[in-house]
Design a protein around this ligand. Sequence first.
Ligand code: ADP
Ligand code: MG
Length: 276
Amino acid sequence: MSDVDSEDVAADDLNADGVASGPPLRVTDLRKTFGGVVAVDGVDFAIERGSITGLIGPNGAGKSTTFNLITGVHAPDSGQVFLEGEDITGLHPNQIANRGLVRTFQIARELSEMTVLENMLLAFEGQRGESLWRSVTPFVRDGVVKQERELLGRVWRTLELFEIDHLAHEQAGTLSGGQRKLLELSRALLTDPEILLLDEPMAGVNPSLENKLLDRIHELKAEGYTFLLVEHDMDVIMENCEHVIVMHQGAVLSEGTPAEIQADERVIEAYLGGDV
Ligand code: ADP
Ligand code: MG
């Protein structure tokens, strides 16, 4: 673990002007054990700016743990995470979100009784470590200063973008699985991240909402957002990712284009051998 200092910036990720020009996200030799279980065992990869990269592998391969190491949920036993060339290993998830890397989280049960709008406001607080919530309360009494009004505007625009603004005052628990996924992605976008990590965003989503979700992801990609996507649905991965990283038993087994991955004997074997 290390604090972020300019000397932690890897030289090969900087151009002549000292501006980050390499991959926006890079991990080197990440390791994490839980008790006796080696969950992540020396993972190296980099993802390309403005791409959708798929992270796949059989159950227990270490995908979610890798996400948790990248986003600061867990500290790695060893290895490093570089965001825009800067070492962010061991930073708090809020600090990492502030630097532009956000993952979607499933809506916790206790939040399902709150409205969609309240979930959005709380997400902002959670990600930024700031209280929009508190600043919105005086809205009713005293009016609201410009900055706060802008934040509220942003919440509404995001809900509109995902076509769930009409659900703003519904309890999150009453949404369909697909609408919930749209809310999860909306929440993640609130802080205007540059990199989004999506852990099974299509789980429980019906085909029409799945297409809507994928359309939004491609639109965001066209705007320059970078995605790292864990998804079980192989068709979704193969049709939407330009690059695929395959994990197996805590390590990267293979990476390449969807076509390369589909033709890779080691990948086929890993999937046949594991319980997928
Ligand atoms: P995947 O997301 O690819 O299915 P995970 O990262 O969830 O894989 O899990 C990798 C391995 O680490 C599994 O053997 C899992 O049981 C173990 N593991 C993951 N998280 C924990 C934890 N918090 N405590 C103990 N073991 C864990
Ligand atoms: Mg997982």
